[in-house]
Design a protein around this ligand. Structure first.
Ligand code: SF4
Ligand code: MG
Length: 341
């Protein structure tokens, strides 16, 4: 499958200023050399603690913030060359966690959905027809809902409106950044099912960002794990969930309540907060919290490399499952690192 998105060595740093003159006192390496692909038609899940760079990666992909370095290639066209920012922003749409903040409270939901298409030159009548058609496809009866205002809707209904609004631009890729995280469990399940149906119907590709590993497992084909602005593991969802090849992945999963009561883990949950991203640790950024850390880990940054000896699946899958850890690559007898469940 040809990738819809190729993200190559994305970098985004935020200056930290303080004092009366706003002197630059540091730099947050929010996204620091992140590379990955999004395959057409898949759902790529992105997980990691808050501050790991998930949302910054998403905002870079949709063109909401500018890259400091790196390349975004969308459907074969490189941003800045054949692809303009405007085209990227149309082709990639985003749904955020806060359903209320992303809607204009003074616009009816029909007007909110029709707004984007109108700005992009669609006639009033056409834009309205599209808005009503989209309301129906997200499960909100147009006759009942078109004239309502955001405050008259429930959180789940508002999130359906936000999904309709994203789809109004006929995007190829939709980025869902904690899009179901604020919803009650039952509503969340309904919205997840809706997302799955829309993906089928409209040939969509998703990037699904969430702190909820159970939801990510349910919806994702592949999963990418981020830590302090870097990718530490990426692979098919079942392989990453079964193997947890990177010690950070294992620790992250150990901290989560499991849906499967039989899934016991020996792994102690992750202690403490991530280190200060202004001054990230040398070598492997996880070394300050990793129970397998050795001298090499503080000195040398580990590169992403194939996870050896997959618990399940063949060579092809192992090829696509990579993690950045010295112990994994060396295969130095750290049986606990990446041991099959
Ligand atoms: Fe832990 Fe070292 Fe692997 Fe980093 S490289 S995850 S510190 S064992
Ligand atoms: Mg976030």
């Amino acid at each position: 499958q040809q990738p819809l998105v190729i993200a190559r060595d994305l970098r985004r740093h935020f200056p930290i200023r303080s004092g009366f003159f706003g002197r630059r006192t540091g730099t947050v390496h929010a996204v620091d050399g992140v590379s990955f692909e999004v395959v057409k038609g898949e759902t790529l899940g992105i997980v990691g603690e808050s501050g790991c760079g998930k949302s910054t990666t998403a905002r870079l992909l949709v063109g909401l913030i500018a890259l400091d370095a790196g390349d975004i290639i969308f459907d074969g066209d490189r941003l800045g060359d054949e692809l303009s920012l405007r085209e990227l922003r149309r082709g990639v749409q985003m749904v955020f966690q806060d359903s209320y903040a992303s809607l204009n409270p003074r616009l009816t939901i029909e007007d909110s959905i029709a707004f984007g298409p109108r700005v992009h030159g669609m006639s009033e009548g056409q834009a309205r027809r599209r808005a009503r058609e989209l309301l129906a496809s997200v499960g909100l009866e147009p006759a009942r809902f078109a004239g309502r205002y955001p405050h008259e809707l429930s959180g789940g209904q508002r999130q359906r409106v936000n999904i309709a609004r994203a789809l109004a631009m006929a995007p190829r890729l939709v980025i869902l950044d904690e899009a179901v995280s604020a919803l009650d469990k039952s509503v969340e399940a309904q919205v997840l099912n809706l997302l799955a149906d829309l993906k089928e119907e409209r040939d969509l590709t998703y990037v699904f960002i969430s702190h909820d590993l159970n939801v990510v497992r349910y919806i994702s084909d592949r999963v990418m794990v981020m830590y302090l602005g870097e990718v530490v593991e990426i692979g098919p969802a079942e392989a990453v969930y079964a193997r947890k090849a990177h010690p950070y992945t294992a620790a992250l999963f150990a901290a989560m309540p499991s849906m499967d009561p039989d899934a016991r883990t020996e792994e102690p949950p992750l202690a403490g907060d991530p280190p200060n991203p202004i001054d990230p640790p040398t070598g492997c950024r996880f070394h300050t919290r990793c129970r397998f850390a050795e001298a090499v880990c503080t000195a040398v940054k580990p590169a992403l490399a194939s996870v050896p000896g997959e618990a399940r699946g063949g060579e092809a899958r192992a090829e696509a499952h990579v993690a950045a850890c010295h112990m994994l690559v060396a295969g130095s007898g750290h049986s606990a690192v990446g041991a099959a469940a």
